[in-house]
Write a protein that binds this ligand. Structure first.
Ligand SMILES: [Zn+2]
Length: 271
């Protein structure tokens, strides 16, 4: 688990110089680095690689170089350690990080108190790392915790079903409220944009990225982060799938795929 987070910290360091880019371009560059790492470990076909290359070509040349250098290597390290981590879980049954009680105990102990909580429905590794990079560039203190929420089915209901153990309705907004109470925060927000765009535009990576509007998502989070320290997390991420139809994103994909990011949710604190 420690290795997983170190991999992400490397990514943030290697993209520090990209912090001045627009949020959409920063996010696209990170997305492509993870996608490229995932495709090479997956053993993708020439057609699938060519499809990603088409997307990479929409990144201006000066930043494209990062995708074959340090950023790519860090992404590779991260994807590998995530696979090891998830494989370890399937060997021993269910990982303790899949229990909401375990996560709440961890957050109470390690995070303690924050001003606000933001839950991104379907906030995946590329979005959370882009948010971390941007805040680090803006001189905010960014902490990536070495525990993640594990969502073995990659779907919201796996998390929200556990909310009934805490006398809450099985709705994601109540997760944000539960975290707010546990961390004695003053405000909380749930942002659904990423999930909506994955469901509507996930079938084509170029459409997906151009519909996401990370700039706007970041502005929403930044407005809250200007008020106080915030915890940013998700219920699950999304998977990058490569099949005979090409490349697309979805969550809760059951087969083997290049990026299995719908199985985890990170915890970031911006203060
Ligand atoms: Zn969904």
């Amino acid at each position: 688990m420690r290795g997983l987070v170190r991999g992400l910290e490397d990514i943030i360091k290697s993209t520090f110089s990209l912090g001045s880019l627009s949020m959409d371009l920063l996010h696209k560059t990170l997305f492509c680095a993870f996608a490229k790492a995932g495709l090479s470990l997956f053993g993708a076909t020439d057609e699938q690689r060519a499809e990603l290359e088409k997307l990479v070509k929409t990144i201006p040349a000066p930043y494209r170089g990062l995708l074959s250098g340090r950023l790519y290597l860090s992404a590779l390290k991260f994807v590998r350690s995530l696979e090891d981590f998830l494989r370890g879980g399937s060997r021993t049954g269910v990982l303790e990080e899949a229990s909401l009680q375990f996560i709440l105990d961890f957050l109470r102990e390690r995070v303690g108190k924050v001003g606000g909580v933001v839950v991104l429905d379907c906030g995946s590794i590329p979005e959370l790392s882009a948010i971390a990079c941007k805040f680090a560039y803006l001189n905010r203190n960014v902490t990536i915790y070495d525990k993640v929420f594990v969502n073995p089915v990659g779907a919201t209901r796996f998390l929200t079903e556990q909310l009934t153990d805490f006398n809450r309705g099985a709705v994601l907004r109540y997760y944000a409220e539960l975290l707010k109470e546990e961390l004695r925060a003053k405000f909380c927000a749930k942002i659904s944009t990423i999930d909506l765009v994955v469901h509507r535009h996930g079938m084509n990576l170029i459409d997906f990225l151009s519909s996401l509007n990370m700039e706007k998502i970041f502005e929403q989070i930044d407005r809250l982060a200007r008020r106080d320290s915030i915890l940013v997390t998700a219920d699950h991420g999304y998977d990058l799938v490569a099949d005979e139809h090409g490349l697309f994103v979805t969550h809760g994909y059951k087969g083997e795929c290049p990026l299995n990011f719908s199985r985890i949710a990170l915890f970031l604190v911006i203060d």
